[in-house]
Design a protein around this ligand. Structure first.
Ligand code: SF4
Ligand code: SF4
Length: 330
């Protein structure tokens, strides 16, 4: 397919009845993976200059007020992302304040972590939704990724198992869910993945391969091809002739285009910003985190956040996130 043939891209995970908030609580991380989209350690530190527990607390308070005033939605998904949120000692209190807030509908919290803290830290997070917010329709998904440069597979598996045993999974109605991920950077990672999948085969913890886009791995192409069968499709693309195709994500679509061909969303109508907010560590709000997108939706700390009334033209030359429900040619 040529990028000029793309008429519409739909995000299959997007739900029109759920308001979606993604808050990058911190850009700091205790690891320095060289494939990290945030850049190297220096870049993490640069972006994080000025971050503090005080500012996070203020952003959290304003977000709570906004959610309590939100009308028309019975459910909110709140993704709390980094960097690595679990390096913050104040993070459990942020989750607790959000979980105990007065939003009357369901709140689904998503956390991604490198699982570098001891088990007790994650037990605390489980307790917030299982015990402190019991009866308030709150749920928590902890997505843990394994990074072999910083942790042994044995210790990662042990921690994940301990958190699983503590979480109450798979009891009916239990609000905590765990998933695991293994980046596939070299052939040995396939063996680690298979071992972990075997270790958790009798549980509801799904362990999936993570494919790093735009990063040269040492993995044999056949291994990548075999593991690709485990991909979950998250976007549906319709071309100008009515042909329909599915892809794992928008980066995977990009990889299918010819080498010099790039999908440029600039000018396409996109509904990011209508039912969602992207908030950075300082409370600045955008419709999505795309670099080059000038579409600010205000500042949560200044109290001037406004949602879009309907889809508007994208102003970015590149789209890599999943903040949209639908991107469509005008
Ligand atoms: S753990 Fe995640 S956020 Fe931290 S450096 Fe690695 S890829 Fe980046
Ligand atoms: S970059 Fe943002 S505004 Fe543009 S298409 Fe992607 S999600 Fe929509």
């Amino acid at each position: 397919m040529k990028s000029s043939d793309i008429r519409c891209i739909e995000n299959l995970n997007n739900r029109t009845d759920v308001f979606d908030v993604r808050w990058r609580v911190t850009t700091l991380c205790n690891y320095q993976c060289d494939f990290c989209i945030q850049g190297d350690r220096k870049a993490h530190l640069k972006q994080a200059e000025g971050e503090s527990a005080d500012i996070r607390g203020q952003v959290c308070g304003r977000l709570i007020r906004m959610l309590e005033d939100l009308s028309g939605y019975e459910a909110v998904r709140v993704s709390l992302i980094g960097g690595e949120v679990t390096i913050l000692d104040d993070f459990p209190s942020i989750l607790e304040r959000l979980a105990l807030c007065g939003f009357p509908g369901s709140m689904m919290f998503d956390i991604t972590t490198n699982l570098s803290r001891d088990e007790e830290y994650y037990f605390k997070l489980c307790d917030i939704v299982r015990k402190k917010a019991a009866g308030k329709k709150r749920s928590l998904t902890i997505g843990a990724s394994f990074y072999s440069a910083y942790e042994t597979a044995q210790r990662f598996t042990e921690k994940l198992r301990n958190v699983f045993l503590y979480s109450g999974m798979p009891q009916e109605g239990n609000p905590v869910r765990l998933t695991g991920g293994v980046p596939i950077l070299e052939d040995a990672d396939r063996d680690v993945l298979i071992r972990m999948q075997h270790d958790f085969a009798a549980t509801d913890v799904r362990i999936a391969p993570i494919f790093i886009r735009n990063y040269e791995t040492k993995t044999t192409p056949q291994i990548i091809a075999d593991l690709h069968e485990q991909r979950e499709m998250s976007i549906r693309v319709t071309d100008i002739n009515g042909g329909v195709y599915t892809y794992q994500n928008i980066q995977a679509l990009g990889a299918e285009l010819e080498e010099t061909d790039v999908f440029c969303p600039n000018g396409y109508l996109c509904d990011a910003g209508v039912r969602n907010l992207w908030i950075d560590a300082f409370g600045n709000v955008k419709r999505c985190p795309a670099i080059g997108s000038t579409m600010s939706l205000g500042s949560i700390l200044e109290g001037n956040v406004r949602l879009l009334a309907g889809p508007q033209a994208c102003t970015s030359d590149h789209c890599s996130c999943s903040q949209y429900g639908r991107i469509e040619k005008k």
